[in-house]
Design a protein around this ligand. Structure first.
Ligand code: F6P
Length: 353
């Protein structure tokens, strides 16, 4: 006889490794814990509108290496991520009532929520309002509070690093300043780490507002020393001193704006590449598959022990557990005293400041 039922949902922007978490939770629950698993479709929408997928051992076979999420996801733009035109009643309280009703109807002990800051914040809210929750931090941005790493970051950075590598050869051939815009609206982890891994000459992150003149001077300096190309890796949230987020365009546009300015001010040819959702699609890396399996296994164990209100995390290389509220309600920036910034500066990388 089954020893209970748990739910699982994926919310917010997708990332590589979500299917691997769903698989790890389900296989641990079914195989090790003798529990049943119910998947909610499209994040919180499935919870509120009662759209589910029974997750059996077979249902999660052969998905370990697949990108995306078999459960679907929905954005954070509305409170529970309910798309416009949904048959749902509009008020938050009604949604909460619906969610509670669906939760009870399925006889669940709690729900494992795989998400970034937005999803985890809603999960914490629902936990306080009577739906026991466990959080699993994921986002390619790596900006969830109180975990050193989020699921998907390694895969996103791997794509971004490959892009930096590829831009090097074409930049060198044409003697151009190539700007790569990567994701990261509030935190610059991808730009910093992929820039470091790919040997970017200039790295621009939201945490360090830049001066256009300093960026151009770094490029001119390289030129003067005989290096006839430059690679600039910019987070989509990077901004010049004194400007607000979204200075170039409400969404993205930093790379193109920068490239135009570089060409105008230095007289060197420049091109921009916006990597966009390529960073979020496709198969998870080896690292993210392992992390997803560990996170999923740990989350299922917490559920079986009724330890709700927690978030699994990775701290100093070790798997851990923190209070769910510590992973919600904000984002984790790159600290200005980060050893990664120090190492990048030491090898001659400019942060444009
Ligand atoms: O939070 C993850 C993320 O990929 C950000 O880096 C990016 O700004 C945003 O999501 C894009 O969201 P959407 O897919 O809704 O355009």
């Amino acid at each position: 006889m089954s020893r209970g039922r748990i739910g699982i949902l994926t919310g917010g922007g997708d990332c590589p490794g979500l299917n691997a978490v769903i698989r790890a939770v389900t296989k641990t629950a079914v195989h090790q814990l003798n529990m049943e698993v119910v998947g909610f479709l499209d994040g919180f929408r499935g919870l509120v509108e009662d759209e589910t997928l029974p997750l059996t051992y077979d249902a999660v076979s052969n998905i370990l290496n697949q990108g995306g999420t078999l459960l679907g996801t929905s954005g954070r733009e509305t409170y529970f991520g309910v798309p416009a035109g949904s048959r749902l009643k509009p008020s938050k309280e009604n949604r909460l009532k619906d969610a509670l009703g669906v939760f009870r109807k399925h006889g669940l002990s709690g729900i494992i929520c795989v998400g970034g800051d937005g999803t985890l914040t809603v999960a914490h809210h629902l936990h306080r309002r009577g739906i026991p929750m466990i959080g699993v931090p994921k986002t390619i941005d790596n900006d969830v509070l109180n975990t050193d790493l989020t699921l998907g970051f390694n895969s996103g950075c791997t794509v971004a690093t490959d892009a930096v590598d590829r831009l090097h050869s074409t930049a060198a051939s044409h003697h151009r300043a190539m700007v790569l815009e990567v994701m990261g609206r509030r935190a610059g982890w991808i730009a910093l780490e992929a820039g470091l891994a790919g040997g970017g000459d200039v790295i621009l992150i939201p945490e360090i507002p830049f001066s256009l003149e300093a960026v151009c001077e770094a490029i001119r300096r390289r030129h003067r020393s005989g290096r006839r190309f430059s690679i600039i890796v910019a987070a989509e949230g990077a901004r010049p001193r004194g400007k607000k987020e979204g200075w170039a365009a409400p969404r993205g546009g930093v790379g193109i704006a920068l490239s135009g300015e570089i060409e105008r001010r230095t007289g060197l040819e420049s091109r921009a590449t916006v990597l966009g959702h390529l960073q979020r699609g496709g198969a998870p890396t080896f690292f993210d598959r392992v992390l997803a399996t560990q996170f999923g296994h740990a989350a299922a164990l917490l559920a079986s022990r009724n330890r709700y209100g927690k978030m699994v995390c990775l701290k100093k290389g070790a798997l851990g557990v923190v209070e769910l509220k510590l992973g919600s309600g904000g984002t984790r920036d790159v600290p200005l005293n980060s050893p990664l910034i120090a190492a990048a500066r030491a090898v001659g990388t400019s942060f444009g400041n």
